[in-house]
Design a protein around this ligand. Structure first.
Ligand code: HEM
Length: 155
């Protein structure tokens, strides 16, 4: 794999700095997009299951969205610094078991990736570029691979 460049890290960090100023809207768009791509995902999330609409300002919905964005951003930093994504052992174990328990399978990670990229594209408007897409995509893929590997260990 070609190394993750400083420019890629900057693209990810800068766009996240902008996006995190509007977490309520960002998390809502992210989940709306996940459900557009994969309506069946609704049943997996405790905070979506029992309502007809996506709840506004739900703390757990926001928390998952922010975690995915933030951890992907941290992954970008690590990819540049260390050439790989390192997630703390405890965190990774917990992520593995939570996702396994909720019934998450590999193709779901693709859905979330697509939703993540579309949400970023909308949020950054004309700053969006192929480079930004690849930088976020690469950081996400490596993080997802770490979680998936842990899930397989625990299964
Ligand atoms: C929960 C992160 C991908 C579904 C969580 C939690 C974190 C997290 C930190 C909370 C764990 C806890 O409660 O201790 C991530 C990251 C992802 C990712 C960083 C990708 C890189 C996915 C995917 C799905 C998914 C692909 C399936 C569509 C869930 C569900 C929960 C959860 C259903 C439990 C939420 C609840 O009902 O409260 N995730 N996740 N996640 N995640 Fe993910």
């Amino acid at each position: 794999m070609a190394g993750f460049t400083e420019q890629q890290e900057i693209l990810v960090k800068e766009s996240w700095e902008t996006m995190k100023q509007n977490v309520p809207e960002l998390s809502l768009r992210f989940f709306t997009t996940i459900l557009e791509i994969a309506p069946a995902a609704k049943g997996m999330f405790s905070f979506l299951k029992d309502s007809d609409e996506i709840p506004q300002n739900n703390p757990r919905l926001k928390a998952h969205a922010v975690k995915v964005f933030k951890m992907t951003c941290e992954s970008a930093v690590q990819l540049r610094e260390k050439g790989e994504v390192v997630v703390a052992e405890n965190t990774l174990k917990n992520l593995g078991s939570v996702h396994l328990k909720k019934g998450v399978i590999d193709p779901h990670f693709e859905v979330v990736k697509e939703a993540l990229l579309r949400t970023i594209q909308e949020a950054v408007g004309e700053k969006w570029s192929e480079e930004m897409k690849n930088a976020w995509g690469e950081a996400y893929d490596q993080l997802a691979a770490a979680i998936k590997a842990e899930m397989k260990k625990e299964a």
